[in-house]
Design a protein around this ligand. Structure first.
Ligand code: SF4
Length: 100
């Protein structure tokens, strides 16, 4: 995912840890098949919890993808197979529905 100059500034001291340059463009680093800023840990009730460790400083693209939005549902549908491959036994995440 692209990291703009504004994103790099917002990341501050975290920029070198979570982003890197490929040629003249910066991108989020990948680790274990996902964004290096994504933490994966066992959930209290089983399964796994996923959360962003730089949420307050995340790039604009992450800010623009609204949780539960049609675009979010599209990402879940497109990438659920990758999550299942990386974390066998984990049920695919439910597609978000309308907020109540
Ligand atoms: S929301 Fe956080 S964990 Fe997800 S892609 Fe953006 S920076 Fe990475």
């Amino acid at each position: 995912m692209r990291v703009t100059g504004d994103d790099w500034t917002r990341l501050g001291d975290r920029a070198d840890r979570y982003a890197h340059f490929i040629g003249h463009r910066a991108f989020l680093r990948m680790q274990d098949g996902h964004c290096a800023a994504l933490a994966v840990q066992p959930a209290a009730g089983g399964g796994l919890d996923f959360f962003c460790t730089i949420y307050e400083h995340r790039p604009q693209t992450c800010r623009d993808l609204g949780r539960g939005s049609p675009e979010c549902a599209g990402e879940l549908a497109a990438k659920a197979a990758r999550v299942a491959q990386l974390h066998p036994g984990l049920a695919p995440p439910p597609l978000p529905g309308p907020h109540s």
